[in-house]
Design a protein around this ligand. Structure first.
Ligand code: SF4
Ligand code: SF4
Ligand code: SF4
Length: 311
């Protein structure tokens, strides 16, 4: 038997498929294997009595981020995020405000306060726009910028993409370019729509799970933190103060004594004297020209009078 171009095709008997060292093999996740002995010992009914209706047993999570107790935890499926974060995790570090929790690793979604009482299992995470994935659980407080977070996870996916299919190879790069624009203050409202369009195409057409799930962090942050995206695009502001190019260094003219130390240290010659002398001071206070400022932060560490801040 010959193929269309005359080359020989495989003939039966086909070569036998061998596993590891020629033995029957089962490639699986360690966590899955770890469940097997206890199911054999205690029985399937016992195992199925733990967990939620469709997701049985327990789940291991890698609890990380801005939380008091980090580490690996094992909880029954159906445990709420609130119990995991506040009971097991000991709450948010430094008593700060909870902002989001990203579940499922780099392709998971970012969930918010409204999801805290959701029982966590495969189905509920998918319904909330995230996934169980690798069992990662990264907790974020109010110092996190959700646009920067989405960008961070997409950078990871772009690096991991094998490049075989264009939706993932090219589509994710286009999304990353748009997120970069937004975090640098060059984004437009059309860009936000374009992110959704690209995400929909990538999810539908990428060849494997990596590409199909890669837009999750972007989509979930667009859904749950829309105001933050609009602030970056319209107000050119990052409320968490994470996006460096959107930071604005300002001098409080009432606190500035006009010593000139900041002006001397500014590498961009962005600081100049004003005509204003604050009550109780002898020299005119300084001001920063935002169009020249390169946001190096040198002035803030130079000023001994706490007159400079980042907005
Ligand atoms: S979706 Fe999968 S196959 Fe396609 S480029 Fe990404 S990693 Fe490769
Ligand atoms: S170092 Fe501080 S006090 Fe001195 S001129 Fe600059 S802003 Fe004003
Ligand atoms: S942040 Fe840097 S560039 Fe901007 S005003 Fe201060 S010293 Fe100058």
């Amino acid at each position: 038997m010959e193929g269309m171009r005359g080359e020989p095709t495989l003939k039966p008997p086909f070569p036998a498929v061998h596993g590891y060292k020629g033995q029957p093999s089962n490639v699986n996740n360690v966590e899955t294997f770890a469940n097997v002995p206890i199911i054999i010992t205690k029985g399937a009914d016992w195992f199925a009595s733990i967990g939620s209706e469709k997701s049985k047993g327990t789940k291991v999570f890698a609890l990380a981020g801005q939380i008091n107790n980090v580490g690996l935890i094992e909880v029954p499926m159906g445990t709420t995020l609130r119990d995991i974060i506040y009971e097991i995790g000991g709450g948010i570090k430094g008593g700060r405000k909870f902002k989001a929790v990203q579940t499922g690793g780099p392709s998971g979604g970012c969930l918010t306060e409204k999801h805290l009482d959701t029982p966590i299992d495969y189905e509920s995470l998918a319904a909330a726009g995230s996934m169980m994935g690798s069992g990662g659980m990264v907790v974020m407080d109010d110092t996190s910028c959700m646009v920067a977070i989405a960008k961070f996870y997409l950078e990871f996916t772009c690096e991991e993409s094998c490049g075989k299919c264009s939706p993932c190879r090219i589509g994710n790069k286009r999304m990353l370019e748009i997120l970069t624009k937004i975090t640098e203050g060059r984004g437009t409202m059309d860009d936000l729509q374009e992110l959704r369009n690209l995400a929909a195409v990538i999810k539908d057409t990428a060849l494997c799970g990596l590409g199909q799930t890669s837009p999750n962090p972007v989509l979930s942050t667009l859904d749950n933190f829309w105001d933050e995206y609009v602030e970056h695009v319209v107000d050119k502001k990052c409320r968490a103060g994470v996006c460096k190019k959107l930071m604005r260094y300002e001098i409080d003219k009432e606190k500035c004594i006009g010593c000139g130390a900041c002006k001397k240290n500014c590498p961009a010659e962005a600081i100049s004297k004003t005509d204003y002398i604050a009550p109780g001071h002898k020299l005119p206070s300084m001001m920063i020209d935002p169009s020249k400022c390169i946001k190096c932060g040198a002035c803030i560490s130079t000023c001994k009078f706490g007159a400079i801040s980042v907005k």
